[in-house]
Design a protein around this ligand. Structure first.
Ligand code: TNX
Length: 526
């Protein structure tokens, strides 16, 4: 197989090395950015991306000003409605001896064109610079590109371990580099609550702290580490991160878990639970049995929380968890069973469905959409709910066939907390399954042969999961995330027929040099 010399990840839909202009062109200290004033934001983004490493200023000139002096190549950003078929995220990038031009029907497309442009430059472009020894050359190409899927996500678990705001920003930058556009943020769980809620201060005073963590697999032999762990994001920090992500065309989808994975919240507000005694914020991993009480008081508590969440996160989707809610506490409580019977519901699964449905209605009345893990199908999928399928793809298939939107997140292909190599003794401790790079890359989220064309339209996209039980540091998190997230980005963006693993690995070698410059501690490839 022959490779074209351009190592862009994800691989663009169409790449032609420009036949009229062989060779490369170079940026210089005279290169300007041409963009009309409507495009100021995206032009400033490009300028700030190019300045540090080159040390040059890249002045922004509007189209009305007189043209830049002859011989000074410029980068032209153009909104072009005729490219409407590329949709909002598509773009065209043309590099020739006279001009570098990115054109797109919308700002988002221009942003992605810029991401591609940066990848055509030497990897040093991502560094703090200035690097006077580098020639800022790029190949003459014609690229036309747009994404295959609308939801190209990564799930970050900030509960099992709290990561600082600066790291979240770094992670968002890494997602943008890969043209990923959803950061699903897991903010609440049994082991902690990580988002400030003004109305319920004990969520941060009590539920954001635990006395210790479990530094190993779930087993009676694993002792706690004796080190308290705590942290939460203030509303101010969250607003800044949401804006930072939005500038990079990334939507942060918050996840507030219910009715299970609620132990930390119930440690702070036991009155919304099913038992008299308050639990501790959990110090152990695994499935826990504390559930919210499914009555009106809890509904008021959770909708109050969702009010603040919706104020912070403009995301059209709000994730409400829904996974692993073992029903023991509901089954064993006579009062809850009476409540269920009063509602004419058959069992606790139907009660969960009622509970989620009620929350879903609340979200839709505020113009938002509910998404939950595939357990929300059990007991009947509430109207309008979307499903994130993690226990394989059968949940996604059932939901798509019933006309619901789905996001593919199956353990077998997208759980980036699994081991990366079969030689587990050479790897940092991870969840006990094995998910090598090639397997991530082999997944087709549209499930050809399983879903018909019409059903496949309900597949919004695909997402990689970074559950963090074994990721106490950001460098470990990066080690698990990359390069598997690079592979996931490609299957989310690039047409299926163009995804060839050998070609991907060939491009990845160069791509890893970009990650080196960005100080991302990825796992080396074999
Ligand atoms: C199951 S996947 C969970 C998480 C764990 C993960 C890995 C899902 C929806 N729930 O709570 O972190 O397994 O241990």
């Amino acid at each position: 197989m022959s490779y074209h010399p351009i190592a862009v990840i994800p691989e663009p839909e169409k790449v032609n090395v420009n036949p009229r202009f062989p060779g490369k062109v170079s940026l210089s200290e005279h290169t300007a950015i041409l963009a009309d004033s409507r495009l100021e934001k995206v032009a400033l983004f490009l300028q700030s991306a190019l300045r540090p490493a080159t040390g040059w200023s890249f002045p922004i000139r509007s189209g009305c000003e007189k043209a830049p002096p002859v011989g000074s190549r410029h980068i032209h950003l153009v909104l072009d409605e005729e490219l409407a078929t590329l949709k909002d995220e598509g773009y065209r990038l043309s590099v020739s001896w006279t001009e570098i031009r990115i054109s797109a029907p919308a700002d988002t497309g221009l942003f992605y064109g810029i991401q591609t442009l940066l990848q055509l430059l030497p990897p040093a472009v991502y560094g703090p610079g200035p690097r006077l020894d580098v020639t800022w050359a790029l190949p003459c190409v014609e690229i036309e590109d747009r994404p295959r899927f609308a939801w190209r996500g990564a799930m970050l678990d900030s509960v099992r371990y709290f990561y600082p705001v600066a790291f979240i920003r770094k992670f968002i930058d890494a997602l943008a580099l890969h043209k990923l556009n959803v950061l699903h943020w897991h903010l609440t769980d049994d082991q902690g609550w990580r988002v400030e809620i003004r109305k319920y201060p004990r969520l941060t005073e009590v539920a954001s702290r635990r006395p210790e963590s479990q530094p190993g697999h779930v087993s009676p032999e694993t002792k706690g580490d004796g080190t308290p762990h705590q942290g939460y994001y203030t509303q101010e920090e969250i607003r800044e991160l949401v804006a930072y992500a939005a500038e990079r065309n990334i939507t942060i989808v918050p996840e507030i878990e219910m009715p299970g994975h609620a132990q930390a919240a119930l440690a702070a507000y036991p009155e919304y639970g099913c038992t008299e005694e308050a639990p501790q914020v959990s110090t152990a991993w695994g499935v826990h049995h504390y559930l919210y009480h499914p009555g009106d008081e809890t509904y008021a508590f959770l909708t109050d929380i969702l009010d603040e969440i919706m104020e912070l996160f403009p995301s059209p989707f709000i994730h409400i968890g829904g996974d692993e809610a073992v029903k023991t506490q509901w089954n064993e409580c006579a009062e809850i069973q009476a409540l269920r019977e009063g509602l004419c519901l058959k069992d606790s699964h139907e009660l969960q469905s009622y509970f989620i449905g009620r929350i879903g209605k609340y979200l839709s009345s505020h113009g938002r959409r509910l998404i939950g893990w595939d357990e929300i199908i059990e007991g009947g999928l509430p109207e309008d709910a979307s499903v994130m399928s993690w226990r394989g793809t059968s949940g996604a298939v059932a939901a798509a066939k019933a006309g619901h939107d789905v996001v593919m997140a199956p353990t077998q292909y997208t759980y980036l907390d699994f081991y990366q190599s079969a030689e587990v003794e050479d790897e940092p401790i991870a969840l006990g399954y094995y998910l090598p790079l090639e397997k991530v890359y082999s997944f087709d989220p549209a499930l050809p042969g399983v879903l018909g064309e019409e059903e496949a339209r309900h597949v919004l996209g695909v997402q990689g999961q970074l559950w963090a039980e074994f990721l106490p540091s950001t460098s470990l998190l990066e080690y698990m995330a990359f390069p598997r997230l690079s592979a996931l980005a490609e299957i989310a963006w690039t047409p299926a027929g163009q995804c060839h693993f050998a070609d991907f690995v060939h491009r990845l070698k160069k791509h890893l040099r970009r990650l080196d410059v960005l100080d991302i501690r990825y796992r080396p490839i074999d």
